[in-house]
Design a protein around this ligand. Sequence first.
Ligand SMILES: [Zn+2]
Length: 137
Amino acid sequence: MTQYFCPACFAEVGSAAPVCLACGVTAADWEADRTYTQRLVHALGHPVPTTRMMAILALKGRLEPDTAMPLALCAQAYPVDVVQGMEILRAIEALAADAPQRQAALRNLTTHPSRLMRDRAAELLEQPPRTGDPGSP
Ligand SMILES: [Zn+2]
């Protein structure tokens, strides 16, 4: 059976319930009041890991620098999920290298509990901006 969650507070709700019993929000109104990017950023806090991962992958495709810090904070909030964390690093890496939001997010991740994450974030911070170098792996 498919699970349905309130988009605002992530309480599990019935598929037919127009109003969340946990927070009183009407799903349709909540969604109408937010941009797609805002909803994706909000979904980074979703309790179901696959839903978070879908939000990360969708944000990665949007290349919006303002999503860098929310992504970094998602990696910090779920420190044991290194698969998710590495995808977050790839999403941040894909942003324009001169975006200050990207650099701030990477600096945040140099404090991540996972050494793998810390090292990769530090490596990306040190890299000079890439300009479509076809020789790089
Ligand atoms: Zn709710």
